[in-house]
Design a protein around this ligand. Structure first.
Ligand code: CA2
Length: 148
């Protein structure tokens, strides 16, 4: 049995679809999980979805993924802009890491323009709405089938 892809979501993403739809759209994280799980299945991939508001939980899941997963898709949310600890955890992973942001962080406040995670990510998907997660699943399927 091949290893799953960990899809790790940071603080406040549990509010997706419930608040600020003009920025983040109407889909909930549950909707995203269902759509991506179906898409992943078509590509013979299995997903495990996670969300936490706590930085240490995100780090624990990344460390768990080093042994248990074939890759990580991560939206670290606001920790993207602040957390060297999450960057360090991702740097300890030797499989593909894809970073997703629902909104276009480059069109928003200057403090959102830089993500520490992008220094490690093998790809970054920004401003494609919640479809960004689907694009990341497709890219992960391609990277894994190419053996990268
Ligand atoms: O665009 C993204 O995906 C972000 O990672 C989302 C983060 C934000 O801090 C980043 O700068 C960009 C915020 C996630 C919070 O999501 C909410 C959803 C609905 C209502 C309130 C917050």
């Amino acid at each position: 049995m091949s290893k799953p892809i960990y899809v790790i979501n940071g603080p406040n993403l549990n509010l997706l679809g419930h608040r600020e739809p003009e920025i983040y759209g109407h889909e909930t994280l549950g909707d995203v999980e269902r759509t991506c799980a179906d898409l992943a299945r078509h590509h013979q991939l299995e997903l495990r979805f996670f969300q936490s508001n706590a930085e240490h939980e995100l780090i624990d899941w990344i460390q768990e993924a080093r042994e248990a997963a074939a890759g990580i898709i991560i939206n670290p949310a606001a920790y993207s802009h602040t957390s060297i600890a999450i960057l360090d955890a991702l740097r300890a992973c030797s499989f593909p890491v894809l970073e997703v942001h629902v909104s276009n962080i480059h069109q928003r406040e200057p403090f959102r323009h830089h993500s520490h995670m992008s220094a490690r990510a093998d790809g970054v998907i920004v401003g494609c709405g919640t479809q960004g997660y689907e694009l990341a699943v497709l890219r992960m399927a391609r990277l894994l089938s190419a053996g990268r």
